[in-house]
Design a protein around this ligand. Sequence first.
Ligand code: ME8
Length: 522
Amino acid sequence: MPGRTPFYVTTPIYYVNDKPHIGHAYTTIACDVMARFKRLDGYDVKFLTGTDEHGQKVQKSADAAGVSPQELADRNSRNFKDLAQLLKISNDDFIRTTEKRQHRAVQALWERMLAAGDIYLGSYSGWYSVRDEAYYGADELRDGPNGTKLAPTGAPVEWVEEPSYFFRLSAFQDRLLKLYEERPDFIMPSGKRSEVVSFVKGGLRDLSISRTTFDWGIRVPGDESHVMYVWLDALTNYITALGYPVTEEGSPYARYWPHALHIVGKDILRFHTVYWPAFLLSAGLEPPRRVFAHGWWTVEGEKMSKSLGKVVAPEDLLEAYGLDQTRYFLMREIPFGNDGDFSRKAMIQRINGELANDYGNLVQRVLSMIQKYCDGALPKPAEFLEADRKLLGAAQSLLATVRAELDAQAFHKALDAIWSVIGDGNRYVDEQAPWSLRKTDTVRLGTVLHTLAETIRHVAILTQPFMPDASARILDQLAVSPFARDFKALSEAPLSAGTALPPPVPVFPRHVEAEKTEEGAA
Ligand code: ME8
């Protein structure tokens, strides 16, 4: 859509060797918040997620499950698609690397890299980790149990010797360093940027980009005995979904590339910030705008591990706490970029404190007072006093703050800023005591309740990207038209006095733990 600024946001494409868990939900929700925010802010947004279906890891899982890799991929890709639906993810496309469009794009990219002289045939002998789908130098390994070797990630490695095509990654050191230098926000957060810069400064080895000992992958053009390295395949998904290799004027590629934000976990930082831009530069294409690597969740203080039964299934959380509550918690609990711990105690504290006591309470008491004191019609403001102007001013300046925080993917800070206005709102209710004004000064009462309703409108419009359902229910209760919920409407479509409001229904119930109820009953 010409005229609007393009914005492209992507999740990693998830391996289909396993079921989705809270870690996958986390990245996908963060991308969804970005996509929803940018849409409300007037951008032309494309939001992509999907599944990574080739490679030895998927092949091995399929063998272990006694099904074909395609069957495993079909089954688990469906699980990721279902999860996106369950989380109300607003993706515009869902890509699977087994699709025809992906074969076409990856092979075209290979041909470009070959034509640039960056691919040569050799043979690989070295260490490979199937779990990480990554090659490691001997100097990177540590000793594992029983004389085995482990990757820095703790994954087992195996010795591999086979004919392989190589990508001349070593020739890209200077170009990559120049990219990091010229575009300091290409890799975020900055700590991650420093890690990558020192890794690249340490020198780059050429990268093996094809395998011959298994066949679950995309064939190398012109040499059927090789399948492509799964990461070359996987990374290409980001441009496949834009119709690559079609790049002419008017194509989705021309529209959205390179305006891309790749949000990934820190485990796959190197693939996205070293290999991916190098592949693109080799093919004469531009690197994306930004790679943001977020941190790692543990659960109740421990690494998520299937064997320990410590995997949090997103659907269990939604059932126990609700979707918006879960989305809020994940975006608020830890600064985006840091590691953090998922605990049910912390989740309940935030639900009962920030959602029920702070946000829910503000909305509920203001709407109830309008219902009771004003016959359910939005009151008319009279003269604004200093306190009213202060609260309205804080609400009106939120957009600029939240926008700046989200432009740096600082979701927690954006929420903090919104909650600071919610706190101001609750204090203002206490100070202005509308229940007394009702008896002493109904003109002033109208101004106070109007000020509060306007504040809530601002807050609810801005919480939409984080909590789409709850925010919509609040805006419904303020009778805000579905067409007046974008960020332009913040200043252009204020509430109009006299509008009839429906009877209020609480939006954020307190979470009562099952055990506590039993204790209470005993
Ligand atoms: O790496 N905490 O797929 P994958 C936070 N197919 N995030 C977590 C997490 C945790 N404990 N566990 C997983 C792959 N994640 C490749 C990607 S992209 C071209 C190819 C999230 O299924 C996080 O986003 O192993 C991490 O990067 C991703 O899941 C890894 O998903």
